[in-house]
Design a protein around this ligand. Structure first.
Ligand code: ZN
Ligand code: ZN
Length: 409
């Protein structure tokens, strides 16, 4: 176990954010995971990190605040915190977020408080987000098994067994065996992802058609100058990094107003402690004109109403049905894992890097390029074993992209 944890810390710090000599690391971690956070800090310093700036967080404190803090607090986001994030982003520090949230932590909390809080932080962090869009700094996320999360995933197991079982799943998905091969295995996997990206970019599809027995029948126009990406990213100054470990997706940007038809989610969506089931969106000219769910419909409607762009899509992602996370047939209640279990879309903000020259574009230029903008970005899964995706090129060719849930090439 100790070996696997150490290897996982190396993977997140050396491949995830790829810490460089003289670079500052902002490390966000739950207080309950102090030992693992210390391990990450040690790895960072061994790699010549300038300083590890520690940012602790805690589920209990977050929940207590939402339940009991003064109501005005939820319309504020402290300027000093925005300044701090912006300052480190601007200097190109690495941001590593360790997460192990209880999926039900915010259950029963006033959703209006959550919404206002997201709005307040979104507005104060605009400059920080712009640096992120422009790829000024490397960032990454790593998930850590914890009792409440593990019990949610494995309700039939004892708490200790569940925590171990979830660690096993995390290590499997991240290709960590404890024998020092994770970094190499990860580079191999990244190479496979790159091959699919190359093929997709080669076709320069105008639109994709999604169909399955669940009821999805959706036409998706891609942004004219769209770029497919996967796994690895690179900062403007040339530092490679891998924001999401694990990752199985190839993703790009749709044209904001170019989505029509019906799309049905294939997995529940976990949002602020609430589970939304059987989502069904009806789309017209890119906008969600009807949002239905058999459970959590009100939460869903609130999530697509935080601003104008929240009711439009911003991401189109392809994930083979036969991927390690999908094959584990486990609902993780955590987007980092669940988004890699299936093809998905996101409602909300598009990634600037998904359009040619996008990272150097202004907000208006990104809009003109067809990209959606919002303070939110929420993935929801649509992939199934029978999913068929057909690509249409500008010169009228019809190319099978997905057959029976997996890449056709
Ligand atoms: Zn995605
Ligand atoms: Zn996404």
């Amino acid at each position: 176990m100790e070996n696997k944890l150490r290897e996982y810390a190396e993977l997140l710090v050396e491949v995830g954010v790829n810490i460089q000599k003289g670079q500052t690391l902002l490390l966000f971690a739950p207080v309950d995971h102090a030992p693992f956070a210390r391990m990450c800090a040690d790895v960072a310093y061994e790699n010549g990190c300038r300083e590890v700036v520690m940012m602790w967080n805690d589920d209990h404190m977050t929940r207590a605040k939402y339940l009991h803090a003064d109501d005005a607090v939820f319309d504020e986001f402290p300027q000093y915190r925005a300044d701090m994030m912006t300052m480190y982003a601007k200097e190109g520090a690495a941001f590593l977020h360790l997460i192990s949230d209880d999926p039900e932590n915010l259950l029963g909390v006033d959703s209006d408080r959550i919404l206002r809080s997201h709005k307040a932080s979104g507005q104060k962090l605009l400059e920080y987000r712009r640096y992120q869009d422009q790829n000024v700094f490397p960032w990454g996320i790593g998930a850590l098994s914890s009792p409440k999360w593990a019990k949610k995933v494995f309700p039939a197991l004892s708490e200790a067994e569940a925590v171990d079982a979830l660690w096993d799943k995390i290590f499997m998905a991240c290709r960590v065996k404890g024998d020092g091969t994770a970094v190499e295995a990860w580079r191999q996997h990244a190479e496979n992802l790159r091959k699919h990206v190359e093929i997709l970019n080669g076709y320069r599809f105008e639109k994709l058609h999604y169909e399955n027995a669940l009821g999805t029948d959706l036409w998706v126009e891609l942004a004219d100058e769209h770029i497919w990406e996967a796994g690895g990213d690179c900062t403007a100054s040339g530092q490679d990094y891998m924001p999401n470990i694990p990752t199985e997706e190839c993703f790009t940007a749709n044209k904001k107003t170019g989505i029509n038809g019906v799309v049905c989610a294939s997995m529940p969506l976990c949002r602020d402690g609430n589970v939304i089931e059987n989502i069904r969106f009806t789309m017209e000219n890119g906008k969600i004109v009807k949002a239905e769910a058999t459970k959590g419909e009100e939460i869903l409607k609130a999530a697509i109403s935080v601003d104008e762009g929240a009711s439009y899509f911003g991401e189109v992602a392809l994930v083979p049905y036969d991927s390690p996370i999908s094959n584990s047939k486990t609902l993780y209640y955590e987007t980092l894992f669940d988004e890699n279990a299936a093809c998905h879309f996101a409602f909300g903000k598009a990634y600037a890097s998904n359009v040619k020259g996008g990272t150097e574009m202004s907000k208006d230029e990104l809009k003109a390029a067809g990209l959606n903008d919002s303070i939110t970005h929420v993935d929801f899964m649509v992939g199934t074993a029978d999913l068929k995706v057909t690509g249409y090129t500008h010169d009228g060719r019809e190319i099978p992209v997905f057959i029976d849930g997996n890449f056709a090439f």
